[in-house]
Design a protein around this ligand. Structure first.
Ligand code: WTA
Length: 632
């Protein structure tokens, strides 16, 4: 079994080993899994190219390790505990044996529909158990899954399907979210009209049973294709470095990029981190509230917990339906032991008052997790006191889509916690701070750019179809290091606090977004000449979206603002809609024509008093105008 860290000395010892001899360290962890054929080298790497390989020539299948491996002693233990959107409906439990059977049926169905090893399958589904089952079914037969968050627009979905050249889309008819039923199949139909020429089949899971339009050529019902299939499907023999999945995420420029993770390293790292960060014990009920459309759902709802033989709770609904007590009600009902959520949810629920969580028995909770964005001090204390009752350490976990698993975090009961600090690197993670010249800042009490020095097993391997972009974004800024895009500070005792992005990526309610992406969407409006988007501090969302827009021939009113928002909704999805739109006649630019975002950020953040010298701008006058009409 994967090593479980016992105490502080054990952590220190493992950390030391992992830095002194990373290969030996990860070899030992990797050997705890089932390999169809042993690997013959642990790791080769070259960050210049970049070319990173782990467990070379090892043959395995991640679903064998997630499921089959546990059947000898956990066949009847619950693997997935699915809680529906509506509390009036029954929870559904899949034991490891049942999960095995469902995954095999789905895998056989996918094969019968022509899906082969290496084919890409895009998902556009709500948080139904079938999503997890079908993701695992892809992995079982060696198909590459790419889950698209079901809140994205048809255009965003089509962009991702086209980039991945997917052969199949798996979706549901409707998506239940709170009191609403959202027509997801309809969005897929629209995406199919915009693009998606590579798609041969749309596999539709019947979730609500309400009527959908049907394309007899490509659409297939899940229940007709899957339900009658055999419950036996031999796992495909995968090379450790074969692709497991692509997950699209935003960067500072251009379209979202497809982050590629491979089978072997991702398996070893997600299991190791799951077991240690949550200190999972046999019999515990673990719940991560993320959506499987994001990396957190991949690594810590599906793969990490199942690899560790855990019971993972999967929730279909939203935190505020039927009321803002829903999360706590679920914790009480299922006696949740580890609860993992995002600061934006904590802040939103905190704003609903203490009476709500006080109504529930939360005494089962042993560990509280936070992920996705910096957690502010107030939210940290509320989480600690009102949810954990001071008895459940908070693990503020810092990591990224690109890192595959948790990188910097306290270990509950083992290392200390300090509000707003992600604290200490996991064993195997050589986190460093550098200055803008790339020199390592070795002392404590410093601020710098967060980089990682040595590869870890689940580091991204490439960005799909564009390896050069991967090199440029992550490996070219600082020689010999992976650059995270985040700024961080180290305190006097060596704990790390991640402050936030230093590039043009913003984090809105824990959703990563490129300002360029939002600008491109806004610019689609025919009356928009130019736009600039920045983030500003937002009480609940962490960051809000502030757009400066230059337009022509339109009344500058709320009706126009709504049109712009609608364009963004259409191009990306509702999560990218600007919170504030300021109409301007110009944008502050340098003499070489670059927008001075620093100034825009300060104005949007109500910090115009500290703009500094603007006299070198091409158009210094515009700054006064921006300040005067700022929406702050
Ligand atoms: C931010 C989510 C502060 C960070 C797993 C990172 C955090 C980006 C934390 C990745 C944290 C994530 N404290 N900031 N605990 N966790 N971030 O790819 O800016 O959706 O670069 O992965 O979220 O977001 P992503």
């Amino acid at each position: 079994m994967t090593t479980q860290i016992r105490d502080l000395d054990h952590y220190k010892e493992l950390y030391r080993q992992s830095v002194e001899s990373p290969e030996q360290f990860w070899d030992k962890e990797a050997k705890t899994f089932t390999w169809f054929k042993a690997y013959d080298e642990v790791c080769t790497w070259d960050f210049e190219k970049p070319a990173v390989k782990w467990f070379l020539n090892g043959k395995m299948n991640i679903t064998y390790n997630c499921i089959d491996r546990h059947l000898a002693d956990k066949a009847d233990q619950v693997a997935i505990l699915w809680e529906p959107n509506d509390p009036k409906d029954e929870a559904v439990r899949y034991t490891y044996q049942e999960l095995h059977d469902e995954v095999c049926k789905c895998a056989n169905g996918l094969k019968a529909l022509g899906i082969e090893k290496g084919d890409r399958v895009v998902f556009y589904m709500p948080m139904v158990a079938e999503l997890a089952i079908a993701v695992l079914a892809c992995a079982r037969i060696g198909a590459v899954h790419s889950v698209v968050f079901a809140g994205f627009s048809a255009q965003a979905l089509a962009d991702r399907v086209d980039d991945a050249k997917a052969k199949m889309i798996i979706c549901s008819d409707f998506n239940k979210r709170g009191a609403k039923n959202i027509a997801v199949k309809e969005v897929v139909d629209q995406a199919m009209n915009i693009g998606c020429k590579s798609v041969e089949t749309v596999l539709v899971h019947q979730n609500t049973g309400a009527e959908v339009t049907w394309n007899t050529e490509k659409d297939k019902w899940w229940h007709k294709e899957i339900n009658h299939q055999s419950t036996i499907c031999a796992p495909e023999e995968m090379d450790a470095e074969d692709m497991l999945f692509i997950l699209y995420t935003s960067g500072s420029t251009g379209k979202p990029k497809g982050v590629v993770h491979t089978c072997g390293g991702y398996m070893v790292y997600t299991c190791f981190t799951f077991k240690n960060v949550f200190q999972y014990q046999p019999g515990d009920i673990y719940w991560c509230t993320a959506d499987i459309g994001w990396i957190t759902g991949h690594s810590y709802i599906v793969y990490g917990p199942l690899l560790a033989g855990a019971t993972t709770l999967m929730f279909e609904g939203v935190p505020t339906f039927p009321d803002a007590g829903r999360f706590w009600e679920i914790c009480e009902k299922h006696k949740v032991n580890q609860f993992y959520t995002a600061p934006t949810a904590i802040r939103a629920l905190m704003a609903c008052g203490d009476d709500i969580p006080n109504k529930y028995d939360l005494s089962s909770i042993k560990v509280l997790g936070s992920v996705g964005e910096p957690i502010n001090e107030e939210a940290w204390h509320w989480y600690d006191k009102k949810i954990g009752k001071g008895n459940a350490p908070i693990v503020d976990t810092w990591w990224q889509t690109e890192t595959g698993g948790i990188m910097i975090t306290p270990l509950p009961g083992i290392t200390d916690t300090k509000p707003t600090f992600a604290s200490y690197p996991m064993p195997g993670i050589q986190a460093v701070l550098v200055n803008s010249e790339g020199q390592e800042l070795k002392e404590n009490n410093v601020e710098g750019l967060l980089c990682i020095k040595h590869p870890w097993p689940s580091i991204l391997r490439t960005t799909y179809g564009d390896h050069e972009r991967c090199r440029q974004v992550y490996f070219s800024p600082f020689k010999g290091m992976y650059f995270t895009g985040d700024g961080a500070r180290r305190d006097e005792d060596g704990r790390i606090r991640v402050i936030g992005r230093v590039d043009d990526v913003i984090n809105v309610s824990g959703h990563r977004m490129g300002t360029a992406e939002v600008e491109n969407a806004i610019n689609e409006h025919p009356q928009v000449i130019e736009s600039a988007v920045v983030g500003y501090p937002h009480e609940i969302k962490g960051q809000g979206i502030y757009a400066y827009v230059i337009s022509q021939g339109k009344a500058l009113d709320d009706a126009f603002r709504k049109e712009i928002s609608d364009v963004v909704r259409r191009e990306i999805g509702p999560i990218a809609k600007p919170d504030k739109i300021q109409f301007v006649t110009g944008l502050p630019k340098t003499r070489s024509g670059k927008i001075m975002r620093r100034i825009l950020r300060k104005i949007a953040s109500n910090d115009a008093a500290n703009l500094g010298d603007v006299s070198t701008l091409l158009n210094p006058d515009v700054v006064e105008e921006l300040k005067k009409s700022a929406l702050v």
